[in-house]
Design a protein around this ligand. Structure first.
Ligand SMILES: *Cc1c(COP(=O)(O)O)cnc(C)c1O
Length: 399
């Protein structure tokens, strides 16, 4: 058997190899695929061993809220893929972001965040963290001087999501990391859209990566989960301590599904990007389309940054159809194959009207500031045949 404390991967391995091999120490059964351990607690050989485990003098499993072997394989594999020292898995992406806040902030602290983040993250910051004395100020994703102006001596975290949803704006991770560090702050990057297959924020200077594993890490729309990746102190101790104490832990079954997802992540993300790139180029040629947002297009104002920071442009694009909301709804309702749902990161292509769904609660003025036009449609491009995806959209665009 392999030494339980020896690394299960070589950091020089290709990402695809790490995604398939890292984290698994074969048990005495000699299993080839990673085992699922659906057990709430673990048994000790003696009272002395139990005491040593609880005291932290001996490593090993205690209770699945904070130590489960299947969850640990997922954590080790994802940490290796992101190039981080360690990862902590959570019950959802929101639990990951909450655990970062609870683990690293206290009353009086301040977050400076991109304005263009997942809507529920904004509610977490504005409604719930605020109740505990943590305030948040917002800056436009691509305006570094606005970020700098928003930072005060109380600022502890900079929080960014790149590319943004739904307009695919980019934040310059390296520049934001430099800014954070110049002010004694940490940079947290929500990497759900790119995954480590397309973007490794820690390599660019970020301190912490958060994930909604529900999206591309699963990749087939099955399980809820999340993760925080970073160093042994902030993540391994502080964030893990929050999980151990508050309990939004990942189930071993979900961890196992994500492990199977990671094994094909590299392949899938390249294929999502390829399909999205073809669809974006085709949409630009359609007379019914006013504008297409996709980092892989030369018309994207941050195309050069996307090429420098990401391995490929990703699977999400949006576009504005002429004729406002009525025209957008017509395109959506004319589809027969695409799924009308706000989820993303699935092999099935999804289509959304942001102005009346994900961004529906914004006032008209806030929508205008955020660039959410009435004719805007977001597509999370899946892995169906690209001709079939185009044909499904053409029905409504040609009408
Ligand atoms: C979905 C999502 C989240 C929240 O993740 P859940 O798993 O749904 O809790 C956070 N950030 C981004 C960018 C997301 O897309």
């Amino acid at each position: 058997m392999t030494d339980p404390d020896s690394p299960t991967f070589d950091p020089d391995w290709d990402l695809a190899t790490i995604a398939i091999r890292a984290g698994h120490r074969r048990t005495a059964e000699g299993e080839h695929s990673e085992p699922i351990f659906p057990t709430s607690s673990f048994v000790f050989d003696s009272a002395a061993e139990a005491a040593a485990r609880f005291a932290g003098d001996q490593s090993g499993n205690i209770y699945s809220r904070f130590t489960n072997p299947t969850v640990r394989i997922f954590e080790e594999r994802l940490a290796a893929m992101e190039g981080g020292e360690c990862a902590v898995a959570t019950a959802s992406g929101m639990a990951a972001i909450m655990a970062v806040c609870l683990g690293l902030l206290e009353a009086g602290d301040n977050i400076v965040s991109s304005r263009s983040i997942f809507g529920t993250t904004t509610i977490l910051f504005n409604r719930y963290m605020r109740r505990f004395g943590v305030t948040t100020r917002y800056a436009p994703l691509d305006d570094l001087s606005a970020w700098e102006h928003a930072i005060t001596p109380d600022t502890r975290l900079l929080f960014v999501e790149t590319p943004s949803n739904p307009l695919t704006g980019l934040g310059d991770i390296r520049a934001l990391a430099d800014l954070a560090h110049a002010h004694g702050c940490l940079l947290v990057v929500d990497n759900a859209f790119c995954t480590p297959a397309l973007q490794r924020p820690l390599d660019l200077g970020a301190d912490i990566v958060v994930h909604s594993a529900t999206k591309y890490l699963d990749g087939q729309g099955r399980c809820m989960g999340g993760a925080v990746v970073g160093d042994a102190k902030q993540v391994g101790e502080e964030v893990h301590g929050v999980l151990r104490t508050t309990g939004p832990s990942l189930s071993p079954f979900n961890a196992w599904v994500f492990l199977k997802g990671l094994e094909t992540l590299d392949l899938r993300m390249q294929a999502h990007s390829r399909n999205a790139g073809q669809l974006a180029a085709w949409l630009e040629t359609q007379t019914a389309v006013e504008k297409v947002y996709y980092p892989g297009l030369h018309s994207h104002p941050q195309h050069a940054l996307a090429e420098a920071q990401q391995r490929s442009p990703g699977g999400i694009l949006s576009f504005v159809v002429k004729g406002g909301k009525e025209a957008a709804w017509r395109v959506i309702d004319a589809t027969r194959m695409l799924s009308i749902t706000a989820n993303l990161g699935d092999v099935k292509t999804t289509i959304t009207h942001p102005a009346t769904t994900t961004h529906g609660r914004l006032s008209d003025e806030d929508k205008a500031v955020a660039g959410i036009a009435a004719g805007l449609i977001r597509i999370a491009v899946g892995l169906e045949g690209i001709d079939d995806i185009q044909a499904d959209l053409a029905r409504g665009l040609d009408a």
